[in-house]
Design a protein around this ligand. Structure first.
Ligand code: HEC
Length: 502
């Protein structure tokens, strides 16, 4: 028997198959005495996990109810696997080292649960490369369920995330990752939010009862496949948010998803980008380029099934000249669309009434952009799609693309690698603060320009504020404390923010 807290000998050279086995079988329903070495060939290869194969070459560390996951992380070395047994863990877990696997062990339906009690901000925050977080139940946090801050080669799967704040699963500023088989509900912004990241697969997740189900934002090379998105305000969104350091969203495949009844009232924070999503929106592309929408089932979304639009619909006005506002080269291939538009809202409702109709369309394009096409347009009720060519199916289909992840692990940052390595302030700003602060528009928090006006020459005061923020604005939520950052990092990020020019 494994004793709680005991460090076990190396589980050397376990590959991705073993990790998948762990995920599928939870390390053993027999009370958890051994890691199951069974792997399920069904999931191998299909999830592009080549890069994960080098993980888990170290020790096993067992955590049981009453113990601390953070303590296990603190004692872990790269390559270690931390197995967490059922129980309630009231903590925020920071993982600032590389190659750690955190795996929940589900025993006869009992889960390891991270419970923020409505007061803690984040369940997991990782900044290392090669981090796996799987099989956890996460609830009652105010900020994020799982947030990645510039970590590459991440695997986040098999988690159940309920009422966990602003973002459920939020890899920010990372390259090469997998978000699969998670269930997320009750998230006030985006349940799955791929932010400023490259080469990510988002597969087979269920998202419901959130403002945004799945949001791909300022990210490139992303596959969103086989997910179920229902009862959100918007189901699947492919966006650019202007005013962030990564200026583009392109090469995104939205394929084989079930996107239905996304008619939830919008409960996004006032000022947030998602507060702009009209309730009843199935799939929305805003300023994304080279997006292929293929083989989805899209039904009973009361506003519109697919909305292709530009940054012009944002209430926030940005002067970011580097973000091209239109959606270009969008291809809408075969999709099953049914019963969308029963109850259009806002501008679309007015537009329909002006056209003497009360129902919204399956597909609407609000204009702008070039190179767009649709296959068999006559099958759908469309509006304002005159610019669309007939798609060349053979040229546009993504059938041959299995994954957007890379076979080999990557190191280094999405952005300005050398500058980032040397500049901890820059790295921290982009990996953490830019989730809520853009240069010239209000997102969740005030713009950088507003912050500069308040703190002008006083980086010390800014560094103090982010350690223990107080409530200032009526139209914004509280800012989560950044008290896990060292004083040096807080000063560096303050200096960086006050010197930003775009
Ligand atoms: C999860 C979202 C979020 C993140 C992440 C975040 N902030 Fe904020 N920030 C906010 C919100 C919301 C406010 C407005 C709070 C208020 O007015 O009560 C705010 C306000 C501020 C202010 C203005 C304080 C004042 O006196 O008015 C500063 C400065 C600031 N944040 C800096 C930062 C820095 C630096 C980081 C990164 C280390 C950061 N924030 C990360 C959401 C966030």
């Amino acid at each position: 028997m494994i004793k709680p807290g005991k460090i076990l000998p190396p589980v050397a050279a376990l590959g991705a198959g073993v990790l998948l086995g762990l995920w599928l079988f939870g390390g053993g329903g027999d009370g958890g005495s051994e890691i199951s070495l069974t792997s399920n060939p069904l999931f191998q290869g299909s999830e592009g996990l080549g890069f994960a194969a080098q993980q888990s070459t170290g020790q096993r560390i067992i955590v049981t109810d009453g113990q601390s996951i953070q303590a296990a992380v603190n004692s872990a070395s790269p390559g270690d696997v931390i197995q967490v047994y059922p129980g309630t863990y009231r903590e925020t877990v920071y993982i600032d080292k590389d190659s750690i696997t955190l795996t929940g062990v589900v025993v006869e339906g009992e889960w390891p649960t991270l419970d923020g009690g409505g007061t803690l901000n984040d369940a997991f925050l990782y900044s290392g490369d090669n981090i796996t977080i799987e099989n956890f139940r996460i609830t009652h946090y105010k900020g994020n369920g799982v947030m990645g801050q510039a970590g590459n080669n991440f695997v986040i799967r098999g988690n159940v995330i309920i009422d966990a704040g602003i973002y459920g699963i939020f890899p920010q500023f990372g390259r090469n990752g997998l978000v699969a088989h998670n269930l997320l509900t009750g998230i006030a912004d985006a349940a799955i939010y791929i932010g400023m990241s490259d080469n990510v697969d988002v597969l087979h997740n269920e998202v419901h009862g959130n403002v945004a189900g799945i949001e791909i934002e300022n990210s490139r090379h992303v596959l969103v496949e086989g997910n179920i998105a229902y009862d959100n305000t918007g189901g699947i969104l492919v966006f650019i948010t202007p005013g962030l350091p990564i200026k583009t969203t392109y090469d995104v495949i939205v394929r084989g998803n079930f996107v239905f009844e996304n008619n939830h009232e919008n409960f996004g924070a006032p000022g947030s980008i998602v507060a702009n999503i009209p309730p009843g929106t199935g799939i929305m592309v805003m300023a994304g380029d080279d997006v292929v929408i293929e083989n989805n089932i899209i039904r009973d979304n009361d506003n519109v099934g697919i909305l292709i639009t530009s940054l012009d619909i944002l209430k926030q006005v940005s002067n970011d000249p580097d973000s091209e506002p239109n959606s270009d080269n969008v291809a809408i291939l075969d999709n099953l669309m049914l019963n969308n538009g029963a109850n259009p809202v806002g501008a679309l409702k007015a537009l329909m009434l002006a056209n003497l109709q009360t129902r919204g369309p399956d597909i609407l394009d609000t204009g702008g952009g070039t190179g767009k096409c649709i296959l068999n347009a006559g099958r759908y009720r469309t509006l304002l799609m005159a610019e669309y060519a007939n798609c060349d199916e053979a040229a546009k289909t993504t059938r041959s693309i299995r994954s957007m992840t890379l076979d080999q692990p990557v190191t280094g940052s999405v952005y300005a690698e050398d500058a980032m390595r040397e500049n901890i302030g820059m790295r921290s700003w982009y990996a953490i603060c830019s989730a809520c602060h853009a240069y010239d528009i209000q997102l969740i928090g005030p713009s950088v320009q507003d912050i500069q006006a308040i703190y002008a020459d006083d980086p010390g005061a800014l560094a103090d504020y982010i350690f223990s923020p107080i409530k200032v604005r009526d139209d914004a939520p509280e800012m989560p404390p950044q008290d896990y950052l060292t004083i040096e990092t807080r000063r560096a990020v303050a200096d960086f923010a006050l010197a930003m020019e775009n």
